[in-house]
Design a protein around this ligand. Structure first.
Ligand SMILES: [Zn+2]
Length: 405
């Protein structure tokens, strides 16, 4: 059969075969909207790659990242977990003055009951008289006396001659008053705290070794938060995963030229853990390595005195469900549940990630993560360890009775 083609049609066909251009690409080029890029190049701003190495911008104005909220059409089973399967110890609690009165404790208790959080550890560096008052209020609560415990703090200012003796005396007094551990040692430690001689107090300063030895002697876990998410130290550009957070809260930006750098802090922190092997350390936020579980796994293998807590890094666990599952199974004796910022509505996201194998569900805070979460489907024995057993084991002063087998 003979087909007549007009000359322009023929030219188009030849062009299409010669350059393997498809309809969309031809359309882009004819409209003058397409841009060709070289190998390894990215599309110019305002455009996206519609075919290999051909970029095009939308005809309609593009929404900002704040306003683009696509509705997922995925239809899959969903298993929300409003209440944890086993009782939980929140090792990273900030219950905002809840132990100032028996009444506020009762309110906290009702909220925790709904979540099956049985015990909250207040990680607010509560010391001296404030600690004594808190312990007395907790002891006076008929329903909450076994459900809140308090970590004490260390005053790291002016470390120098005589500091360790004073700090240990205060620590011993706080333990006598009811403190069950130390922390949360905040991120100013290692960054902005100055020694008596005017120098920056490094995390691994040998002058601190006596206080770490005292923590080991007294059976106190040391809960420590070091540095910030790695992206806070990177250039604040459109390739930064935390661009929105850094734009909402510009003072979180640290920048690559500031010291100590992220890696300086991590090196000093790891040296602190290694040089005090008899002291139990709990790294808050998985040491900011939840995005690199290989690195965190090597740390846990090298440092038997190290534990990690999962607060505020759920976005990293929930985007790697298989790797996170395997990591939790492998290091099931070393991971503690913690939430950090006390928002009762946010706990169920953690429970759903840990307990289910659900696909592609929302996270609670867009500026942490633009992606969805997946369940990591932990076995019951692992859940029990992460939820309460590990915290009980490393914190002998916690109420040890009445937990499930
Ligand atoms: Zn905290």
């Amino acid at each position: 059969m003979r087909v007549n083609l007009s000359s322009s049609w023929r030219a188009s066909l030849i062009a299409a075969f010669a350059f393997t251009l498809t309809g969309a690409e031809l359309e882009a080029q004819r409209g003058g909207r397409g841009t060709t890029i070289g190998p390894g190049e990215s599309c110019p701003p305002g455009t996206t790659e519609i075919r290999p190495r051909t970029c095009m911008g939308p005809e309609a104005p593009a929404p900002s990242i704040l306003d683009y909220r696509p509705r997922s059409t995925l239809v899959v089973p969903a298993h929300p977990v409003p209440r944890a399967k086993y009782p939980v110890i929140d090792f990273h609690g900030h219950p905002r003055g809840a132990f100032e009165s028996v009444e506020s404790l009762a309110t906290l208790g009702a909220e925790l009951d709904a979540l099956n959080v049985r015990l909250m550890i207040s990680a607010g560096n509560t010391s001296g008289e404030a600690l004594q008052r808190g312990v007395a209020t907790i002891a006076a609560s008929p329903t909450m006396k076994d459900r809140v415990r308090i970590l004490t703090g260390i005053d790291f200012r002016n470390v120098g001659p005589g500091w360790a003796e004073r700090a240990i005396a205060r620590l011993e007094a706080d333990v006598a008053a009811g403190a069950v551990g130390i922390g949360e040692i905040g991120k100013s430690f290692g960054q902005t705290i100055i020694k008596a001689d005017g120098s920056r107090l490094a995390l691994d300063d040998p002058d601190l070794d006596p206080i770490w030895a005292a923590a080991a002697r007294l059976g106190l876990p040391v809960f420590i938060h070091t540095g910030d998410p790695p992206e806070f130290y990177e250039t604040h550009d459109y390739e930064n995963e935390r661009w929105l957070e850094l734009a909402l809260f510009p003072n979180r930006y640290i920048g690559p030229d500031q010291h100590p750098t992220f890696e300086d802090l991590m090196r000093e922190r790891d040296n602190l853990f290694r040089r005090n092997p008899r002291t139990t350390f709990v790294a808050a936020h998985m040491g900011w390595h939840a995005n690199d579980l290989g690195r965190l796994g090597r740390m846990l293998e090298a440092m038997p005195n190290l534990y990690v807590e999962v607060g505020a890094i759920l976005y990293d666990l929930g985007r790697q469900p298989r790797a996170a599952h395997d990591f939790f199974v492998r290091f099931q004796d070393r991971i503690l549940f913690g939430k950090d910022s006390y928002q009762p509505v946010e706990y169920p996201y953690y429970f759903r990630v840990f307990e289910t194998r659900d696909d592609y569900f929302d996270y609670y805070r867009d500026y942490h993560a633009f992606w969805k979460l997946y369940g990591i489907d932990l076995p019951d024995e692992v859940l029990k360890k992460v939820y309460y057993r590990n915290a009980l084991r490393i914190t002998p002063r916690l109420p040890q009775e009445g937990w499930p087998e």
